[in-house]
Design a protein. Structure first.
Length: 642
């Protein structure tokens, strides 16, 4: 795992060496084991690389690296898990490469010469962000892995064309001037992240997963192209699995995940795993331990608040599997100490509150290993979220009620204010109140009047809706559902939406930045694209059966761990944020949300911000999710990133 960065500018416009070194220095945490700079001043191209040495620790693995015949120069972040197979194929070519070392980067470059860049991307299995300069044709190609594990920003700034693993490297370029994109800010407030291809800065973009983009020496940029899409791989073929029996499908899933785990355990440095005690991480650890002659090192986070604490479950799984287990207990004070680091770690506004424990567990893990495997992707690929089943059921019932009737009902619900509904709810017996409050009743009214499953689900996944008027100078009158995918069932469509947006823009960003801030490489075997392709070719009956989600993964896990150690309500990697914002984090939050501060910045509606903070701080309702989006943006803004 590494960091990549670079520039393509008019010859003589910048001191390329100095600019590239500044960009590299900003990415030190992503690669503390070495730095490499390559420039061609006559063209105006510079590539920078920070190295976290995992495969081939020798100098032969250093980057930027040249291809065997010198045509290509690359800066590469990630791992190509099938590089040995690719190397073997290259050895059978009429004019095989003369190998200098045994790194996957060297194999990639030789493959570029033999097969071309696009074909090499299709043949590669891994996670990556690549920048490769073609010295002959004077073309820069940027590429990103299929599921979006590794980040890559690019675009035009006042300094010229720039690209980097993280935005802090772009900000390090002398003379660069960046401005907040208000539409991207509205998207962040809606989802807690900025969905690709958007970026918080005008002029910059994220390269979408499974895509590559070509930039000419004069700065002319082609439209990004897809070399892989989940839709193309799973909607036109593979329907033969629909007729397969349960046992055959369980074996297929088991074998493909086992292959992915084995490939991702290849490392020249110590390796471990995150373990929450849930289905996904337990399955990955079980398969790792089954293929290892030594105890696997496992790591988990525990909380003082019992309703958020999964550490005892993780410890029980670790004991059963015989891993070398380490647990860290987290308090609100521990979280508070991490918060000042978050704007620098995440570098673009990011508001998934589980970033706090993720950062802490990454720091814990990096003390003893350089690589950690995780169970990321299991819920999205194998239908693990309860919201899939609940939303599908609700929509099937709701869609038969005419829209005008639902609109009238929604209007009646919103006829009473959230505080009015709170008074009604509080008058009910405690047993009938559930988790409802006035704000959630109003949110339910929005769901009721939705005209499609896309609207229902995107509203469910949103905090501040586009028509809330929160972001000054930008407004939207309706929900954007243009990127909603098609599928054969409601659950399949929601899974595809999550794999396309929620997974790469939220969950994988969370893990990548947290881990790399501690110089830790993370790998996710469930995100091997071959596993993903199988998951979306499976019949839904082996994903959701009755009230049980991830049915097929549970059957695989039964081979290694007793069901009693795993079965419990799904908690997720969450923190007691609502209580913390009223307690130890209250002063910090109140300071960032001070109306005079909001007003002076000129980006957000101070009245709406004050209303939400007051509702939460006084205990009238839980507005922690909305507040965390606000607070993470404010903390980012105040840290000097704008």
């Amino acid at each position: 795992m590494c960091g990549v960065a670079g520039l393509l500018v008019r010859a003589g416009q910048l001191d390329l060496e100095d600019a590239a070194r500044r960009m590299s220095a900003a990415l030190l945490h992503r690669g503390p084991d070495g730095e490499g700079i390559w420039t061609d001043p006559a063209v105006g191209i510079a590539l920078a690389h920070r190295r976290l040495a995992i495969i081939d620790l020798s100098p032969q693995g250093q980057q930027p690296m040249h291809s065997p015949r010198g045509r290509f120069v690359a800066s590469f972040n990630g791992e190509i898990y099938n590089f040995r197979e690719l190397r073997h194929c290259l050895d059978t070519e009429p004019d095989p490469p003369r190998w200098r070392g045994h790194s996957d980067t060297e194999v990639l470059l030789a493959a570029f010469e033999a097969w071309g860049i696009e074909e090499t991307l299709r043949k590669s299995v891994g996670m990556f962000a690549i920048a490769v300069w073609d010295r002959r044709d004077r073309l820069l190609t940027l590429a990103r892995d299929r599921l979006g594990e590794k980040p890559l920003y690019y675009g035009t700034s006042t300094a010229g064309f720039v690209f980097a693993s993280e935005l802090k490297a772009v900000r390090a370029v002398p003379g660069v001037s960046l401005h907040v994109d208000r539409q991207a800010l509205a998207a962040f407030m809606q989802f807690g992240c900025v969905p690709a291809p958007g970026c918080i800065y005008t002029g910059l973009r994220k390269l979408q997963p499974g895509h590559f983009v070509v930039i000419h020496a004069d700065g002319d940029m082609q439209e990004p192209q897809a070399y892989w899409t989940l839709k193309d791989r799973t909607t036109s073929s593979g329907r033969e699995l629909m007729q397969a029996g349960d046992s055959e499908l369980i074996n297929l899933v088991h074998d493909q995940i086992a292959v992915a785990v084995r490939a991702q355990m290849i490392s020249d440095v110590p390796i471990g795993a995150f373990l929450s005690g849930g289905v996904d991480s337990s399955l990955i650890v079980a398969l790792m331990q089954a293929q290892s002659s030594r105890p696997i090192r496992t790591y988990t986070i525990g909380f003082e608040e019992s309703e958020f604490d999964e550490a005892p479950f993780a410890a029980a799984v670790a004991r059963h599997l015989g891993t070398e287990h380490v647990e860290l207990r987290v308090t609100a004070e521990d979280a508070a100490r991490v918060i000042p680091d978050l704007p620098h770690i995440y570098d673009e506004p990011f508001a998934d509150s589980s970033q706090l424990p993720t950062t802490l567990v990454a720091r814990l893990t990096s003390r003893r290993v350089s690589v950690a495997l995780s169970g990321d992707g299991g819920d999205e690929l194998f239908a693990g979220y309860p919201r899939y089943r609940l939303t599908s059921t609700a929509w099937q019932r709701m869609k038969h009620v005419p829209v005008p009737i639902r609109t009238v009902l929604a209007t009646l619900i919103r006829g009473a204010s959230p505080s009015g509904w709170n008074r009604v709810i509080n008058a009910l017996p405690v047993s009938l109140r559930g988790q409802f409050n006035g704000h959630r009743v109003h949110r339910l009214s929005k769901l009721i009047e939705s005209r499609s499953l896309a609207e229902v689900y995107i509203r469910l996944m949103s905090q501040w809706l586009p028509d809330a008027g929160l972001v000054l100078g930008w407004s939207a009158t309706k929900l954007d559902v243009s990127r909603w995918p098609t599928g054969t069932t409601s659950i399949e469509e929601m899974r595809r939406w999550d794999v396309g947006q929620y997974l790469p823009d939220d969950l994988l960003v969370k893990v990548d930045r947290a881990a790399m801030s501690a110089s830790l490489e993370t790998r996710a075997p469930l995100l091997d694209h071959r596993v993903a392709e199988i998951a979306f070719r499976l019949p839904e009956r082996v994903l959701v059966r009755g009230n049980q989600s991830k049915w097929v993964l549970r059957q695989v896990l039964d081979r290694y761990i007793p069901r009693a150690l795993i079965e419990r309500p799904k908690a997720g990697f969450s923190v007691p944020l609502a209580a913390w914002l009223r307690g130890p984090l209250r002063i910090w939050a109140a300071d960032l949300l001070d109306p005079s501060r909001i007003r002076s910045q000129g980006l957000l509606d101070e009245v709406k911000v004050a209303q939400v903070w007051n509702e939460h701080a006084t205990g009238r309702m839980d507005r922690s999710a909305h507040l965390w989006n606000l607070l993470m943006f404010q903390a980012w803004l105040e840290s000097g990133n704008s």
